[in-house]
Design a protein. Structure first.
Ligand SMILES: [Fe+2]
Length: 399
């Protein structure tokens, strides 16, 4: 078992304050990277402002239309119809990008299940490239931590940004969201990595007139759930980026005519694992960032009661929570055990259909007109074999 996220000593510190408050951190393995980063960091912050403004300029309000991957040369196409069983089957993974044996074992087990189940789409719920995110849009880590482990799962992967993908000086801090632009840029080069912008929506079936069956809304939770305060004004909790993203999500969920609506966000709304729920992440209940208070507001004011599912990672566990009055009927699923595993115990008591805090694993979501089902698989890393641990035919009723 392992879960080695670095947690700051106080809420909403800057990364420099965190390093000063924790000299052991600066002297340890993190220190070498920090020393390397410090000089370029000044340029990165400036570049981030410019890059953020440029990104906003080409993606004006509400205009982030779902990209048509099927039309792109060389991309694995989005499903245009259901699989053999009459359902759309979707692989759910999270927190996968270590490049280590456990990731390869889970991916190998998932590959077999994908073949057997006719899976046509995959989801990567963030922390795609540990520990610091990619250093460039053509970083070899995209190959070693994504393409190679997932070879043979030759379908589009809807990717979202996690805190490690947006590391600043400290791995996993979420303190430099501009680094996520490298993962957007990488989508142009990969046949399977799907991230047309930092937040986006995808409707299935693709390329068909009429109401979609299911629509995915991938969001960037980092600026409102980072371990540290955001220094770039563009990415502050109440800055232009989050205001625009909220406006887009609100409009897109309202406008959607899909039978099923699914929000993908790295940081969970509700979570029985050690990191806890939005608004009190890791025991922090003050400030604008570390506690995730503004992500809690976003989920409660924009998502709950409108989406059927919130799919998240961040906690390296497998949880299928129950929809409640508090969630407006929206169900939270945490699926972040594709490379790391949890500490073996529940830390909170949100009602759950099934949960596992010890094993590696993944899930398969099946969607039809009449129902959604979720199959949760645990994986024995030594044998690379998956075991169907739980199957839920959910009562997905909103409102
Ligand atoms: Fe994370």
């Amino acid at each position: 078992m392992c879960d080695d996220e670095l947690i700051p000593p106080s809420a909403d510190m800057t990364e420099e304050q965190w390093l000063r408050a924790d000299p052991a951190l600066a002297e340890g393995p993190v220190g070498e990277r920090v020393r390397e980063m410090r000089a370029p960091r000044r340029r990165t912050v400036l570049g981030g402002v410019v890059a953020g403004a440029a990104a906003l300029a080409v993606l004006p309000g509400g205009s982030q239309a779902p990209a048509a991957a099927a039309a792109r040369t060389g991309k694995f196409p989005l499903p245009t119809g259901p699989g053999r069983s009459g359902e759309y089957a979707v692989l759910l993974t999270g927190d996968a990008g270590t490049g280590e044996e456990a990731q390869h074992a889970v991916a190998a087990a998932a590959r077999e299940v994908c073949r057997a189940e006719g899976v046509g789409l995959a989801v990567g719920l963030g922390d795609n490239i540990y520990e610091n995110g990619p250093e460039s849009a053509d970083d070899s880590e995209f190959r070693t931590k994504f393409e190679e482990p997932n070879a043979g799962v030759d379908i589009p992967w809807l990717m979202v940004l996690g805190n490690h993908d947006c590391s600043g000086l400290i791995p996993g801090s979420g303190g430099d969201p501009s680094r996520g632009d490298r993962e957007v840029a990488y989508a142009k080069a990969s046949p399977r990595w799907y991230m047309p912008s930092r937040y986006y929506n995808v409707a299935l079936p693709a390329a068909r007139e009429g109401d979609p069956l299911v629509e995915f809304f991938a969001i960037d939770t980092n600026p409102v759930a980072s371990y540290v305060a955001q220094l770039d004004p563009h990415y502050r909790w109440n800055g232009p980026y989050m205001r625009e993203q909220r406006r887009w999500l609100d409009g897109a969920l309202k406008a959607s005519r899909a039978r099923w609506k699914i929000v993908l966000g790295h940081h969970p709304y509700l979570n029985n694992g050690k990191h806890g729920s939005a608004g009190s992440y890791d025991g922090f209940e003050i400030g604008h960032y570390t506690s995730g208070i503004h992500l809690k507001e976003l989920y409660e004011e924009v998502v709950c009661g409108r989406a059927d599912l919130i799919l998240s990672g961040h906690d390296h566990t497998l949880q299928i929570l129950e929809p409640t009055t508090r969630t407006g009927g929206t169900r939270q699923i945490v699926c972040g055990a594709a490379a790391k595993s949890g500490d073996g115990k529940a830390h909170f008591g949100h009602p759950a259909s099934w949960q596992n805090f010890s094993d590696h694993g993944f899930m398969v979501l099946k969607v039809s007109e009449r129902a959604m089902t979720v199959d949760a698989y645990t994986v024995d890393v030594a044998t690379r074999e998956a075991r169907l641990a739980h199957s839920l035919k959910a009562k997905f009723s909103r409102g």
